[in-house]
Design a protein around this ligand. Structure first.
Ligand code: 6PG
Length: 229
């Protein structure tokens, strides 16, 4: 797996927005809708801010997008720590997404995951899933050593002891991440260098190493600072 390397966080935002826009357009052209799962954390924020600007804000078929999250912190949705709140402020408040097609990852909204088209195994098949990785190699809210990594059937797991605050989270599971048509992992900064190097060589101890769509694309877009020296 060879990451796409860009100069800095601004270039990462640009490249990630372009990658996403192409796949939103393709999903709508081919299937009439786009099922998109957004990520939390700082790195995706730049991509979301870029998608909220021209040409993407008006050019993309936002009204045909269904928006979900790859993970969520269990805090009120208006809490600044909420992944929904981040994506809303950075992107969703600025584009014509239909309010009734936005499904923050909460216990109450779990039935909404049944509206995502399914693959042959009965798993939701997202058109696009965004992910980040942590310094410990976590992705979504799948942390090293977590029992949730062994999940083979459930599409969402609750996590109560995440080492990155807040500890209580909900996360899509590996079978769902790996059922997607396209997964984008965004990685920025020197603090991610070691984790990225280990994930690129598929060190099984790191959760992000287990993201490998069975019938879909996997792209890593990373900045120079995150590359091993
Ligand atoms: C979260 C995440 C998490 C995140 C990584 C990277 O809710 O915390 O979705 O998986 O993407 O921790 O986060 P940063 O980009 O902030 O380092």
């Amino acid at each position: 797996m060879t990451p796409v390397v860009v100069a800095d966080p601004a270039a990462l935002a640009e490249a990630a927005a372009r990658w996403t826009a192409e796949r939103v357009e393709r999903a709508v052209a081919e299937r009439g809708a786009c099922y998109l799962a957004l990520a939390g954390g700082e790195t995706p924020r730049g991509c979301y801010r870029r998608l909220a600007q021209p040409p993407y804000d008006r050019k993309l078929p936002w009204s045909l997008a269904f928006v979900y999250w790859s993970d969520e912190r269990r805090v009120p949705l208006d809490d600044p720590a909420s992944n929904y709140a981040m994506a809303r402020a950075a992107l969703l408040d600025h584009v014509p997404v239909a309010a009734d097609r936005v499904f923050p990852l909460t216990q109450e909204n779990l039935p909404a995951l049944n509206t995502v088209p399914k693959n042959g195994a009965g798993l939701p098949r997202f058109d696009i899933i965004h992910l980040g990785i942590g310094e410990d190699g976590h992705t979504a809210s799948l942390f090293p050593g977590s029992e949730a990594l062994n999940e083979r059937h459930a599409i969402v797991r609750a996590v109560d002891d995440a080492p990155k605050p807040p500890p209580q989270r909900l996360t899509l599971t590996l079978p769902v991440l790996n059922a997607a048509r396209a997964v984008l992992v965004m990685v920025s900064g020197a603090s991610k260098r070691e984790a990225l190097a280990r994930v690129v060589r598929r060190d099984p101890a790191l959760p992000a190493s287990h993201v490998q769509p069975v019938d879909g694309e996997l792209e890593f877009i990373v900045d120079q600072a995150a590359l091993p020296r």
